[in-house]
Design a protein around this ligand. Structure first.
Ligand SMILES: *Cc1c(COP(=O)(O)O)cnc(C)c1O
Length: 380
């Protein structure tokens, strides 16, 4: 429950911002998720992936909350996400996961970002910059085990490793890899990837951090020998299956809300919206909600998704527009200004990101990261 919400059903919530459509982040629940995961993975370090605007939750506020929970590391995908965190005075270790460009090396170092090396050429570029400036760099070596995205192949990885560890201006903080199928517990590639990675753990001194597990690998207890984990989606309270044990108390902290902006009665045979894809079968009431695909509420949800108004589900009818959508409230009552829940809970009923993802035939990650900066975010 959100702090400001009455405990009964959320219908008379005092919190209504000036915006017509907004996201609420339940900061208590987010912090709870982090502390549950932190206790679960101990003594391993906890690296929180906070890329793509913290999975749509808002980069800087979520990073600040993570700092309150003593998260060991943040991970971002690019230099520019890292710079934004540093400019907001986030001072913890930050790992840039994605491959960098040569002209980004000075800023990676200037902003004290740890970054990923996965080719000999990149290693040489970094070292030549360090030698010309006498700066030091803190890096992670990404090894290829089966994802075939950005890791160094085993044969080159060894050469890069030897090259990095002997250099006085480089500190090799970590060695990592990424699983391609950790969501499918018994996928054969998991075993191959884990074995290749564990060979590295066996052969290297334990002064480095070893990290492999994302959310589903953590839940499936893969890679027990690693010394750091990188669960993203799980930290934001989402997972594809019901969670067990101590992890069962992890919950989403993301609410998408709006307010009815218009109301009309339509007659039998009237069509709704672009393309007339929905035709009223009888006289009915249509409420207009000011959110559309231009905010990240996907057009694929047209004539599929539901919303909650006054504690009841109502279907989204007609094609979703750029800025608005319509719902059929039948013979029920709704007034301009009524709160609409598009993701989250109201009156004991709920709508999840996973349900929206299924309607769009995609994964929760894509739905969450699609909600853009046009929607105001409130941290309650
Ligand atoms: C995004 C990402 C993660 C987090 O994945 P989740 O499935 O959200 O837990 C971990 N590691 C790497 C390299 C990533 O790119």
């Amino acid at each position: 429950m959100l702090k400001d919400a009455p405990s009964v059903n959320g219908l008379n919530k005092p919190f209504i911002p000036l915006e017509s459509t907004w996201i609420e982040i339940d900061t208590d629940q987010f912090k709870k998720n982090l502390s549950i995961i932190k206790a679960h993975v101990k003594p391993r370090l906890y690296c929180l992936p906070i890329k793509a605007n913290a999975y749509g939750h808002g980069l800087i506020p979520m990073a600040k909350l993570a700092m309150q929970c003593d998260i060991d590391y943040l991970a971002v995908s690019s230099l520019h996400e890292g710079i934004r965190l540093r400019q907001a005075e986030i001072n913890c270790p930050i790992l840039v996961l994605g491959a960098f460009q040569e002209d980004q090396i000075p800023d990676l170092i200037k902003y004290h970002l740890e970054f990923t090396i996965s080719s000999l050429l990149k290693a040489q570029q970094v070292i030549s910059y360090l030698e010309s400036t006498q700066n030091k760099a803190y890096v992670h070596l990404e090894i290829e085990t089966g994802m075939n995205r950005t890791g160094a192949r085993p044969s080159t990885a060894k050469t890069i490793y030897d090259y990095l560890i002997q250099h006085p201006l480089i500190e090799l903080k970590g060695i990592y890899s990424h699983l391609a199928n950790s969501d499918q517990e018994d996928h054969p590639l998991n075993f191959k990837q884990q074995k290749l990675f564990e060979n590295w753990i066996d052969q290297c001194p334990n002064k480095h951090l070893f990290h492999l597990a994302n959310s589903s690998a953590l839940v499936h207890q893969m890679s027990p020998l690693s010394t750091m984990v990188r669960p993203g989606l799980l930290s934001f309270g989402l997972y594809s299956k019901p969670l067990e044990g101590s992890l069962a108390r992890i919950k989403p902290c993301f609410y998408l809300k709006s307010r009815v902006s218009y109301f009309k009665v339509v007659q039998k045979g009237d069509s709704i919206g672009y393309g007339s894809t929905y035709v009223a079968q009888k006289q009915t009431r249509i409420a207009t909600i000011p959110i559309g695909y231009g905010d990240g509420y996907r057009r694929m949800l047209s004539n599929k998704a539901r919303v909650l108004i006054r504690g009841q589900y109502f279907p989204v009818v007609g094609l979703i527009c750029m800025d608005q959508l319509m719902v059929d409230i039948g013979d029920q009552e709704a007034y301009v200004g009524d709160e609409v829940v598009l993701v989250g809970e109201q009156g004991g009923k709920s709508i999840t990101i996973q349900q929206l993802a299924e309607f769009c035939q995609t994964i929760p990650y894509e739905i969450l990261t699609g909600f853009n900066e046009r929607i105001a975010r409130y941290y309650l």
